[in-house]
Design a protein. Structure first.
Length: 462
């Protein structure tokens, strides 16, 4: 049995390394400000570095927004350099989001930095090149070079208004020429900054569920021959439609443009309650996606299904997603209109919905064989004291469900019997076969049938 297990463990480790290539990211740009104001993050009541919490939950990529000259310094270059260094020190990849503004840039506002307000168009082109080049070189100098770069934020209407504005009354050949020239210039600056690097360039719009709008934008980019690597989409169901809309759009874009795709922003509420006096972006049940409640379980299910949609984009073009502002808990005096869309509760405790990012692994994936069952990630995870393991059998078969510790020692056999086809569920109380309480740690749960086997990682935290 031990020889079988160590084979399983080896294959499981190999597959986890392969599956980690799927981007499971988070935009956590608020962390420096929230920490400076006394905000803390916890796992099971223990204060923990939020980046460590994300890493523990298999998030592997961190996105940061960059503002040119923000009024309070947060999200400026100095602050972002510090945060990028911290990201790299935690073994995470770094995704840089250029806003090219002093504050928020989105479809409704793409204001130039104050320092660029009076520039001529050619001076604006020169400025975006030199600024972008200098920024990338600054990250390289501290060994925190971005692993991916985004040129502009949600730029369906262009950026650096009015010179780079498109759409509506600005939907003219001259405006598109100016806008795409600015994009090309910024892209060239990223690549010129570190000549030996091959940083992928992402273009980000906010049309996750809007195929017509997405086609309009990227058809225009193609007609002006803008080179880029990845299509980025925002998807918030209260603004952008249903998961079905998103699925249809991503699948079409991947095929139409032969581009890789990332959902660069997404979120879902875990409650509709308020903690502070700020108006929340999502407050009413009418804003919820059908089939997904505003609960921790509903948030988990939404994220799980969203990840599956991205993984199933044709030709493996779905690279991953970034959860937007999971750390944006309420602290005074700034509060948070996003407090119920975070991945932490109102006290900063990590929510069990984070386990949606955990990767279920099957040793049989090495052979590309079809499983006769589906093993779901245990929930909650991390857990204390009880977690549930759900699995679906496609046919009647003998099922063995075994728990191992990180040393490869068998801890407990939860099931060893014939089960009928259908949904099954069992709880595990974090104890061994002799009912002894186990210490905190990562445990491997393996489901074995007559033909196949698969495993999940369960995290016991006390």
């Amino acid at each position: 049995m031990k020889q079988f297990f160590f084979l399983i463990f080896f294959l499981d480790s190999l597959l986890f390394a392969q599956s980690s290539e799927f981007i499971k990211g988070a935009d956590v740009s608020f962390i420096p400000q929230i920490e400076d104001l006394g905000g803390v993050y916890n796992i099971n009541g223990v204060q923990t570095d939020p980046l460590e919490i994300f890493s523990l939950n298999e998030i592997n990529y961190i996105r940061l927004r960059l503002w040119h000259s923000p009024a309070n310094g947060y999200c400026g270059l100095a602050s972002t350099l510090q945060m990028a260094s911290r990201i790299k020190q935690n073994g995470l990849k770094f995704f840089l989001d250029f806003h090219y503004s002093d504050s928020w840039a989105d479809p409704g506002q793409q204001n130039k930095p104050v320092a660029w307000q009076s520039l001529s168009y050619q001076e604006l082109v020169d400025s975006i090149y030199s600024y972008t080049l200098n920024v990338i070189q600054a990250f390289d100098e501290i060994n925190a070079l971005p692993d991916m770069v985004q040129i502009g934020n949600e730029i369906i209407s262009g950026f650096l208004w009015p010179e780079g504005r498109v759409g509506g009354s600005y939907n003219t050949p001259q405006q598109w020429q100016q806008f795409t020239n600015l994009l090309k210039t910024a892209r060239n600056a990223v690549l010129d900054a570190v000549p030996d690097s091959t940083i992928p360039i992402l273009i980000h719009i906010d049309r996750g569920g809007d195929n017509n709008g997405s086609r309009w934008f990227f058809d225009n980019l193609n007609s002006y021959q803008v080179p880029f690597d990845i299509i980025g989409q925002s998807f918030y169901p209260w603004w952008h439609g249903t998961l079905s809309d998103l699925t249809q759009n991503l699948n079409d874009l991947a095929t139409r443009y032969n581009k890789e795709i990332i959902v660069a922003e997404a979120a879902y509420p875990w409650t509709l309650e308020y903690f502070d006096n700020h108006n929340n972006f999502v407050w009413n049940s009418s804003q919820l996606h059908q089939g997904y409640s505003a609960t921790v379980e509903g948030q988990f299910n939404f994220l799980y299904d969203l990840i599956e949609i991205i993984k199933n984009v044709p030709n493996n073009k779905g690279l991953g997603l970034f959860y937007w502002a999971p750390e944006y808990i309420s602290v005074q005096p700034i509060g948070s209109p996003w407090e119920n869309l975070t991945l932490f509760n109102f006290q900063g405790e990590a929510l069990n919905s984070l386990s949606a990012f955990h990767e279920p692994v099957s040793v049989n994936d090495l052979e590309n064989e079809i499983l006769d069952f589906k093993l779901h990630q245990n929930y909650p995870n991390p857990f204390n004291p009880v977690t549930r393991i759900n699995y679906e059998l496609l046919q009647k078969t003998n099922v063995k469900l075994v728990v191992y510790n990180s040393l490869g020692e068998e801890i407990n056999i939860l099931i060893n019997e014939i089960k009928n086809a259908g949904e099954n569920s069992i709880g595990w109380n974090g104890r061994d076969a002799n009912n002894n309480i186990l210490p905190s740690g990562i445990y491997l749960i393996i489901l074995i049938t007559e033909k196949k086997s698969a495993s999940i990682k369960a995290i016991l935290l006390k």
